[in-house]
Design a binder for this molecule. Structure first.
Ligand code: ZN
Ligand code: FE
Length: 236
């Protein structure tokens, strides 16, 4: 693993978004995933002498792109987004389609469309490093709202995510874990208790609950545990 990932909590106390500063340690190239707001990201970058080269945007909602233009001006970076949503996001330089691959330092990123939350939502997958950025499709113990999509589309996106290897670490767009913790307590399986322990410890230390492996998430996230479309649609 040569990819360093630093979660930056943004819009703290309201939306609790995560921006992630990612650094390919072999090449020194760095980027931001979902620049929610500029200030906390700039603060981290200055502290660690990081000059990000890209912003990778998962989708067009304001809480995921609010820092884009300020950071673009400050660092001269390139904004990467889905070609389906490029008209909704100011300053996009590189528009990518599902199935595209993007070179980032010595890493390769796969672009994967995952609909349900918005019409052009994409995931960024680092296959070699086994890292998946899930934006507002998959959260810890929860999923994103259906703003521009159908339950069928969301189900298909989650099925896609379930196909990734169990040892992939995922990084969501918000810190929403606490809403799901109560439910774990009511169903004290070994996996749920393990999840609870890890989550509470990290939250108490002021850290993000991410990363959690997809293997553990599949066993504990109530939405990922549903295997039939019929049962899934019934939730909405
Ligand atoms: Zn969103
Ligand atoms: Fe969001």
């Amino acid at each position: 693993m040569t990819l360093k990932i630093e979660p930056i909590l943004c819009r703290q106390g309201t939306m609790n978004n995560y921006a992630y500063v990612i650094i390919d340690e072999n090449s020194g190239v760095s980027a931001i995933v979902d620049a929610s707001e500029a200030d906390p990201i700039v603060q981290y970058c200055e502290q660690c002498s990081v000059i990000p080269k890209y912003i990778f945007t998962t989708h067009h909602h304001f809480d995921h792109i609010g820092g884009n233009m300020e950071l673009k001006e400050k660092y001269g970076l390139k904004i990467v987004a889905s070609d389906i949503e490029k008209h909704l996001i100011e300053g996009v330089d590189i528009a990518l389609k599902s199935g595209d691959e993007f070179a980032f330092g010595e890493s390769k990123i796969q672009i994967i469309s995952a609909l349900g939350h918005t019409k052009g939502h994409i995931l960024y997958y680092f296959a070699d490093e086994k890292v998946l950025f899930t934006g507002d499709v998959l959260f810890n113990l929860a999923i994103g709202g259906l703003f521009e999509g159908t339950p069928e589309e969301m189900f298909a996106s989650l099925e896609k995510i379930k196909q990734f290897p169990d040892d992939v670490n995922f990084y969501p767009g918000h810190e929403y874990t606490e809403y799901g913790l109560q439910r774990l307590l009511h169903n004290p399986t070994d996996e749920n208790m393990k999840y609870l322990q890890v989550a509470v410890r990290r939250l108490q230390q002021g850290k993000s609950v991410a990363p959690i492996t997809l293997g553990l998430e599949k066993k504990c996230n109530p939405y990922l545990k549903i295997d039939s479309l019929k049962d899934f649609v019934r939730l909405f």
